[in-house]
Structures are given as structure tokens and as C-alpha cells.
Write a protein that binds this ligand. Sequence first.
Ligand SMILES: Cc1cc2nc3c(=O)[nH]c(=O)nc-3n(C[C@H](O)[C@H](O)[C@H](O)COP(=O)(O)OP(=O)(O)OC[C@H]3O[C@@H](n4cnc5c(N)ncnc54)[C@H](O)[C@@H]3O)c2cc1C
Ligand code: SF4
Length: 327
Amino acid sequence: MSLPQFKLLRPRRIEEAVGYLDQHSGNVRVLAGGTDLIPSMRQKLFEPEYVLDLGSISAMRGIKPNADGAVEIGALTTLRAVERSDFLRQHYSVLTEAAATVASPVLRNMGTMGGNICLDTRCLWYNQSLTWRKGCGFCIKKDGDLCHVAPGGTKCWAAFSGDTPPALLCLHAEIEIASAGGTRRIPLRDFYTGFGDTYRQLQPNELVTRVFLPAASADYRGVYRKLRVRGSIDYPLAGIAVVMKRSNGHVADARIGITAVNPAPLLVEGATALLTGKRMDDSLAEAAGDLAAKTAKPLTTSALTPEYRREMIRVFTKRAILAAASN
Ligand SMILES: Cc1cc2nc3c(=O)[nH]c(=O)nc-3n(C[C@H](O)[C@H](O)[C@H](O)COP(=O)(O)OP(=O)(O)OC[C@H]3O[C@@H](n4cnc5c(N)ncnc54)[C@H](O)[C@@H]3O)c2cc1C
Ligand code: SF4
């Protein structure tokens, strides 16, 4: 599958990049590591006139701990750098665990934090070549007006399938978004819409530039578990992140994030209240698993059945909770 023709823009500074986005608004795609964008362009899911290559913007790279223990991660920082960061492993281990499961080492060398956060949602009926989609019929997410997964509905249910966002949600991460008009900072949980087609709150002239992890989220025990078809290189078909702090044998605080089973990564509502102040045992971990499984709404967007994916959310949550609570 060949790439469509495009003009390449290579800014060196963030101001220059957002200037280009403003100038060509709606007709330009941002390229970070390209590990998702390039295959999608080959499948003719995107055929922009311009591609904005962020690769030369050094100000968007790096992991910078602040004096107060918080940390700032440039959106262009590779997943490999995140996975290998001693600081992050020591203080925000759920993020390094999640990053280490993305795709394969080669793709993690190229793939970036910003790209993982902005990753397009996925569906069996969408992530296909143009010939395949033409043959089977287009859908709401691209060029059509019906959904093959939920016929009769008007919503796209394509699944958000990034590994690091559930971990970032557990850490109460915030992101910085830049445009020619200035920058804004929002909690990551407000970035996702819950719709498979218009899945993120990002204007065509905006760029994700930084990720912030607050000091208050440091030093939690973190666990990430994922279900995938090929263990060596694959998107999650269900993913679960857990962070936990304990005190005197009881849970002092805990959060659960899930991915790949809804059009957005989500924090499991009620998990903190369920777990906090309790002594961990099998039945408490099972109750947390039930709650996470209720939050998961997988549909037939992938190779595995929705029932199996929801069940694995239950099973992985229980295991992850018990692992986070173990000595
Ligand atoms: C075989 C294979 C397996 C994979 N397995 C996994 C997996 O297990 N888990 C997983 O999470 N991902 C997986 N991926 C997807 C991808 O490799 C990762 O999600 C990676 O982190 C994407 O980052 P990138 O920098 O390459 O993004 P790109 O491909 O450059 O961009 C992805 C999207 O984000 C947008 N974008 C990128 N950066 C920014 C920014 N700073 N601001 C605004 N928009 C931006 C792009 O325009 C594009 O729409 C897989 C990909 C392949 C090909
Ligand atoms: S969920 Fe429906 S509309 Fe969305 S990509 Fe799949 S088939 Fe298309």
C-alpha cells in the first residue's frame, strides 16, 4: 500500500509548528513517531495535503522532574525513554509498566507519549485498506453513514487502544495543548470525548506539547495488565492500570483505569471509595473486578469477543489489585 502524496513541513520550534497548523488548519496531520499515522495513511484513512513532522522540535522531548517531585514529560519523548527512565520507574511505576507493553521494542523506539495519548480509535471495520473498506461498505468513522458494529445506531464505538492513558489517568495527569493563540492545560480525563469518531478534544490547529504528573501521585504502587492476541507486538484488546497506597495493612488510596474496551480510556468510578480504608483480600479484589467489568462496554470492534474482553477486565483487575497490595 503506497503513501498518498503530501507536502512535508518540518518546524524546529513549537511556535513555528502551531503557526503551520493555523495556516493549513484542517488540511494537515501531525507526525510524531509515525508508528500509527504512517500505516493509517497507507490505508488511506488520512490523505492530508500537509504532514507536520515534529521530529526536530527538541523543546518537546525529555523527562524533567521538578524540585517538588512532580514531573514534566515532553510529548515527543519516546516510549522507550519513558520505559527506561529510572526516575519514572521509581516514582510513577504504573507508567513505565504500561509503556513497556506498547507494541514492540522497535516501535517503542519511534513511538512517543504524545502519539500514544492522541492515538486514533480502532475498529475491525475501520483499520483496513481502502479496497477492503470499499468492498465491505464505509462507516460513520470514515466516508459512510452507518455502523457495522451497532447497526441502527448513530454513534461510532471504535475502541481507544493506547496503553499509557489508563496509567496516566490513574496518576491524575494533565496535558498542555498549544495553538497560535497560546497554551492551555487540562486534566487528561477531559481530553477524551467517549465518541469513537471524534475521540479527542483537540482543534485542528492545536498540538499536545507536554504531560504533567503531579507530586501527589508519586510513589504509588503501580500495576498494568493487558490482553492482546500476539504477546510480542500488539494493541491491547483490554487493558487495566492500578495504583495503590497502603498504610497499616489497609488501602490508603487506590485508582483503577481501563483501556481498549470503550471509545475512551476511563477511570473506574467508585473504585477509590470501594477500596479505601479496607484490608485487602480476595473478595475485595473480586468486587473491584466486578466494578471495572461494569465500566467496560466492549463491542465487536476487534478479533476477540466482547464477552471475553469484559471478563478479562474483571480477571486482570482482580489480579492487578492483589499484586499492588502484595508485599
Ligand atoms: C504493529 C503495531 C502494534 C502496535 N501496538 C500498540 C500497543 O500495543 N499499544 C499502543 O498503545 N499502541 C500500539 N501501536 C500504536 C503506536 O505504535 C503507539 O500508540 C505509539 O505510541 C504512537 O505514537 P507515535 O509517536 O508513533 O504516533 P504517530 O503515529 O506519529 O501519531 C498518532 C496520532 O497522534 C497524532 N499526534 C501525535 N503526536 C501528537 C501531538 N503531539 N499533538 C497532537 N497530535 C499528535 C497524530 O497526528 C496521529 O493522529 C501499535 C502500532 C503498530 C504498527
Ligand atoms: S464502531 Fe461502527 S462507525 Fe465506528 S469504526 Fe466501527 S463500524 Fe465504523
